[in-house]
Design a protein around this ligand. Structure first.
Ligand SMILES: Nc1ncnc2c1ncn2[C@@H]1O[C@H](COP(=O)(O)OP(=O)(O)O)[C@@H](O)[C@H]1O
Ligand SMILES: [Mg+2]
Length: 377
């Protein structure tokens, strides 16, 4: 077991004008399950392959435990990698596939058999040890690929989108199995995925990458509760956080007809940058519905007081049983904007109706409109 350290690790592909991975700094703890997540092309696989020794490191260093492995060949790094396509040998049985690396390393036959049988038991593969990969389901092949990594008892597991060839249901099952297995074995793991749900459910910590740059590294909880910038705010969470540019007013921000209080530091920070707006983030579950069935065009109520909140015209309602998601439009600063609001599953509004919603105070995220960075708290 070991820690893994990316120390300003950089990869610039020959002929590229900017790094695919730019001064990556991550300190992974012994036994930790770290997930690298981000959109396609952000540098996840490159980061993993740099750790595996399959890609040159052009700047900085990579360490496994106290060993500087930056320029070591893959075979000397004591890692095992699981690839997206599993890379099983078609002419070998499951047992031969799982034991192959040990055979190459000259491990005695009886020891190989023992390790393969142990891993097969953990992975529920015992009855398939004599089969060839083509006679297995996708999920079983995936487990063979895992088994091949496990028998090597490496210091670090590296996994590059190992679930992306499985159907949705199997993916959910397998992600729980992999996370559980990793916790039992306690082997430091770096896991790559583009799927933020996978990242959030599996990782002890999650590192979000964009354009080769680390955006934030945090526990799933903190990542969700305190995204560091607009990119992370929009990337983590499904449906995504609503992000709306709103004018700053005295003591808060103007949300339709309501002034929602915002931490003074956030407003000061925005003003210091010369911004007259901030971008406010509200998760779909953090709106209070203050009125149903109103009229979107109504500017004030009968007694002359302006109606509270934002008028949301309901376009689509997604009913998920426990919850419903309302996909609607609002008018902010003269523009039509999309808004998603979570409502209780048994209180979903009709399509075409109007809700008035107010973001819950204390659940507001505030970002600088000019820099995109979180401000205030
Ligand atoms: N072998 C390569 N040669 C040149 N550019 C590459 C190579 N592999 C990846 N890239 C580029 O580096 C960037 C990061 O790629 P990659 O690490 O594969 O992203 P991800 O795994 O996050 O989808 C992309 O812009 C990609 O086009
Ligand atoms: Mg990739």
């Amino acid at each position: 077991m070991a820690t893994v350290t990316y120390d300003k690790a950089t990869r610039i592909y020959p002929g590229a004008d900017k790094p695919a991975v730019d001064q990556l700094d991550i300190a992974i703890e012994d036994g930790e399950f770290l997930v690298l997540v981000g959109p396609s092309g952000c540098g996840k696989s490159t980061s993993l392959r740099m750790l595996a020794g399959l890609e040159d490191v052009d700047g900085g260093a990579i360490r496994i435990g106290d060993r500087d492995v930056t320029h070591l060949p893959p075979k000397d790094r004591d890692i095992a990698m699981v690839f997206q396509n599993y890379a099983l040998y078609p002419h070998m049985t499951v047992a031969e596939n799982m034991g192959f690396a040990l055979k190459i390393a000259g491990v005695p036959k009886s020891e190989i058999r023992q390790k393969v049988e142990d891993a097969a038991r953990i992975l529920d593969l015992t009855e398939y040890l004599g089969r060839k990969p083509k006679a297995l389901s996708g999920g079983q092949r995936q487990r063979v690929a895992m088994g091949r990594a496990i028998v090597r008892e490496p210091q670090v597991f590296l996994m590059d989108e190992p679930l992306s060839n499985l159907d949705a249901k199997l993916r959910v099952q397998t992600r729980t199995q992999i996370a559980g297995l990793q916790r039992r074995l306690g082997i430091t793991t770096v896991y790559v995925t583009h799927d933020q749900v996978e990242a959030m459910t599996m990782g002890d910590r999650v590192a979000v990458l964009k354009d080769g740059l680390l955006q934030q590294i945090d526990s799933p909880r903190n990542m969700y509760d305190r995204p560091a910038n607009l990119f992370v705010a929009g990337f983590i969470g499904s449906p995504a956080m609503n992000l709306i540019e709103v004018p700053i007013t005295d003591g808060g921000v103007k949300f339709g007809n309501s002034v929602v209080p915002v931490a003074r530091e956030a407003l000061t920070a925005a003003a210091d940058k010369g911004d007259r707006t901030v971008t406010v983030g509200v998760r779909p579950e953090h709106f209070d519905v203050v009125e149903r069935g109103g009229d979107a065009l109504r500017k004030d109520s009968g007694d002359g007081a302006a109606p509270a909140g934002l008028a949301v015209t309901v376009n689509v309602v997604e009913e998920l049983g426990a919850d419903g998601y309302v996909y609607g439009t609002v008018e902010v600063g003269g523009e039509q904007r999309d808004l998603v609001v979570r409502v209780p599953g048994r209180q979903v509004p009709d399509k075409g109706s109007v809700l008035r919603v107010v973001p819950r105070a204390g659940e507001l995220h505030v970002f600088s409109t000019s820099s995109g960075e979180r401000i205030g708290d």
